[in-house]
Design a protein around this ligand. Structure first.
Ligand SMILES: CC(C)(COP(=O)(O)OP(=O)(O)OC[C@H]1O[C@@H](n2cnc3c(N)ncnc32)[C@H](O)[C@@H]1OP(=O)(O)O)[C@@H](O)C(=O)NCCC(=O)NCCS
Length: 156
């Protein structure tokens, strides 16, 4: 894997949105729902998100090309990780794993736990998160399917 990881600036919002939409199409097919939040997020909203002080955004670049990204919202001692995406043609090469690890490493000192969720039918995602040490905590309803919430303690 020849990718470079680094912070995402608000100026990257357009590239992130393109990547996010491409990556989440498979999730939309799993759930028969083209209106998943990552697919309907607007450019302005994403730019604002990346500018927020409590949001840590990381990107993975192959040369000039953005091939992966993730965002974490920090609230007190918890990092809420979301929108982990890898370009469809680069999935399965370790980029998602590297972004997850980098996101944990980028957390401010006070963050003790990471939390995330994914849909119950996203068995590949669940396998990835559980392999990384995340443990299922609870489920919530997203209408016709459940969201599985997972957490990982990163500091004592
Ligand atoms: C989930 C995702 C970020 C993983 O990134 P990745 O770079 O493909 O993952 P890695 O190569 O580091 O790790 C591979 C593991 O990820 C999981 N995985 C999830 N989706 C995958 C995919 N489409 N292709 C390959 N692996 C996938 C599997 O557990 C796989 O492990 P395996 O070898 O045991 O099957 C990426 O597949 C993606 O963008 N998916 C679409 C968007 C999405 O669902 N995001 C997460 C929402 S909670």
């Amino acid at each position: 894997m020849t990718v470079r990881l680094g912070p995402l600036e608000p100026s990257a919002a357009g590239e992130v949105l393109t990547l996010q939409r491409a990556a989440y199409v498979t999730e939309a097919r799993h759930y028969g729902d083209l209106d998943l939040p990552p697919l309907v997020q607007t450019l302005d909203d994403l730019r604002d998100e990346l500018a927020q002080a409590d949001v840590v955004g990381l990107g993975a670049w192959d040369g000039d090309r953005l091939v992966g990204s993730v965002r974490v919202r920090v609230a007190d001692d918890v990092g809420h990780l979301g929108r982990l995406v890898v370009a469809p043609d680069r999935q399965g090469q370790g980029i998602g794993t590297a972004l997850l690890q980098a996101a944990e490493a980028a957390m401010p000192e006070g963050v003790r736990e990471m939390r995330l969720f994914t849909g119950e039918r996203s068995v590949d995602n669940l396998r990835l998160y559980e392999r990384m040490g995340y443990v299922r905590s609870h489920e919530t309803s997203a209408g016709t399917y459940a969201l599985v919430h997972l957490a990982e303690r990163i500091r004592p």
